[in-house]
Design a protein around this ligand. Structure first.
Ligand code: SF4
Ligand code: SF4
Length: 548
């Protein structure tokens, strides 16, 4: 039995950071203009990239599927607006490598005409959870709060697993990012609709929405909506504002005191956690029939004139958003996708918004200072003090640096949530998180190589086995044939006798025929007989001449 605590706990470690959210919360959430061209990357989330369904030149309607997903951990893509596909190829995309990625390029026709609706479920609260999961998958919904894990997978607890608690994560803890807060304030109904659908799909016994205590407006909006609907069994709880309280494991601990086991999942405890943005996307898809073609993005930082929260179509280039927020100021120094702690540094504003883009931070040099040169670790232990996952960051760094990928896993590398607290406090300016990301990538690559080698070895062993089996079968067939040849056949003498008898019969019949032919001459006239005698005579003399 999971108990929702009356008094939320504090996470170990963590940092109290300046929120810097008021800049973007000054205005109401609004819809961004649809750009003339949208660039929809085929890979926008954890799992396999989607595969294009249409070709260059094809016309499309808003919400029409444009790329399908084959694997379980993947999600389809939909046209963000109506228009025409003008290219499928490599374009700038948000990726740590900075390399281009395959995108479907759409030229908008300005009409924003929607295609047929195949997602809406009028009887969603009567529907089978499997049908709901399938619609959520068809809608291309992924987790909008983090790495973008396909939501349909997280809505499936698996056989014989009961969901005791559904946690809705509204604790948007990273500075500058306010898209979830804005969503909770301005799209409250969609959030609550999604929460109800998720509760039904998971058959969750309890539901709690965790929101940082510095978001009173969001808390009151949700609570009012629940009160109006008479929803007394969904609780809204204010949690202490500390970074990274919005981490999945951290929020579960704060609300319940339960610790997700190392390398385990919340479902191991009977808990499932979803982001508020994901809830709103589900509400919108299953009750309004709109797949995931837009999301709320915070555009902020001292480098942009009018920070705001905008509802943006997926595929919109960042340059368009900056322009719609008044353009750059002369303070802009760096562009980040995400916040200052976990954000991805962008090489250009041609990069489009994807499903997991929560914030565009046009940062000044003070907001995102250039990293200072790293110095040797002085073993001060400050990184361990702030680690919310209770890890030893300096040990992780040491083994990552030494490329000792076995040992680093003993120190629970995969429990690191890459929050960046350790990097933030390190007096030696060591980019610790980069080392952890590098180590994780190397380990995943090694595992993939090992899997490939294992598969190749299995294939080789299977082939050898097959060849050996075929050889044995051939030998057996040959031995059998030889044996059959040498074996005296039953009835051989009898059949020989029969053959001889048949041959004798044939000779007899021939002779009989000849005598019949001879007897036929009896009826010849004298003239005919003389003629035959003449022919015989000529034939006989001919034979003699031949012999001569
Ligand atoms: S904070 Fe930096 S210097 Fe201090 S122990 Fe950690 S890695 Fe070393
Ligand atoms: S980045 Fe990882 S190691 Fe560093 S503080 Fe966060 S969880 Fe701990």
């Amino acid at each position: 039995m999971i108990t929702i605590l009356e008094q939320p706990l504090k996470i170990p470690g963590g940092l109290r950071l300046d929120a810097n959210k008021s800049q973007s919360l000054g205005a109401a959430l609004r819809r961004a203009r649809i750009p003339e061209r949208l660039f929809v990357p085929l890979s926008q989330h954890i799992g396999e990239a989607a595969e294009p369904l249409l070709e260059v030149g094809d016309s499309i309607l808003k919400g029409q599927p444009i790329a399908r997903s084959h694997s379980y951990i993947s999600a389809p893509l939909h046209a963000p607006t109506s228009g025409r596909i003008i290219d499928i190829g490599a374009y700038p995309a948000p990726h740590p490598s900075g390399l281009k990625a395959d995108c479907i390029v759409i030229e908008a026709d300005g009409e924003d005409r929607a295609g047929p609706d195949s997602l809406r479920m009028d009887d969603v609260f009567e529907a089978d959870p499997a049908d709901i999961r399938q619609r959520v998958r068809n809608a291309g919904i992924v987790g909008l709060g983090g790495a973008g894990f396909p939501t349909s997978v997280k809505l499936n607890p698996g056989p014989d697993r009961e969901v005791e608690l559904l946690v809705i994560n509204g604790a948007e803890c990273e500075p500058y990012i306010s898209c979830d807060e804005s969503l909770m304030c301005y799209r409250t109904r969609e959030v609550i609709d999604g929460v109800h659908i998720m509760r039904h799909a998971l058959r969750a016994r309890q539901v709690v929405i965790g929101i940082e205590d510095t978001m009173p407006k969001a808390i009151s909006c949700l609570q009012n909506e629940l009160d109006v609907a008479g929803d007394t069994d969904i609780r809204v709880i204010a949690v202490p504002t500390v970074y990274p309280a919005g981490g999945e494991k951290q929020l579960i601990y704060i609300l319940t005191g339960e610790e997700v086991p190392s390398q385990g999942l919340p479902i191991d405890l009977g808990i499932v956690c979803h982001n508020v943005g994901t809830a709103a996307a589900i509400g919108r898809a299953l009750l309004q029939g709109e797949p995931l073609i837009a999301r709320v993005v915070t555009v902020t930082g001292a480098g942009v004139r009018q920070p705001a929260n905008l509802e943006v179509r997926i595929g919109t280039p960042i340059a368009e958003l900056i322009e719609q927020c008044g353009g750059y100021t002369d303070k802009v120094a760096r562009l980040l996708m995400g916040g200052p702690m976990m954000g991805l540094s962008l090489p250009s504003d041609a990069i489009p918004v994807i499903k997991t883009t929560n914030c565009i931070l046009a940062a000044s040099i003070e907001e995102a200072p250039a990293p200072l040169p790293a110095q040797p670790c002085i073993r001060c232990g400050k990184c361990a003090e702030v680690c919310p996952a209770c890890l030893l960051p300096q040990q992780l760094y040491w083994y990552a640096h030494a490329r000792n990928f076995d040992k680093i896993q003993d120190y629970k590398l995969f429990d690191c949530i890459e929050c960046g607290c350790c990097t933030q406090v390190c007096p030696s300016h060591i980019p610790l998180v980069q080392y952890y990301r590098f180590a994780k990538t190397e380990i995943w690559d090694q595992e993939r190589e090992r899997e490939k080698a294992d598969m190749a070895r299995h294939r080789h062993e299977f082939r050898l086995e097959r060849l050996q089996r075929e050889k044995q079968e051939l030998q057996q067939r040959r031995a059998k044939a030889k044996k059959a040849l040498n074996k005296p056949k039953v009835g051989d003498a009898e059949s020989r006798k029969a053959e001889i008898a048949a041959a004798l019969e044939r000779v007899k019949a021939r002779k009989a025929k000849q005598s019949v032919t001879a007897r036929n001459t009896d009826n010849l006239t004298e003239e005919q007989r003389a003629e035959i005698a003449e022919i015989d005579k000529r034939r006989t003399s001919g034979h003699k001449e031949d012999r001569a």
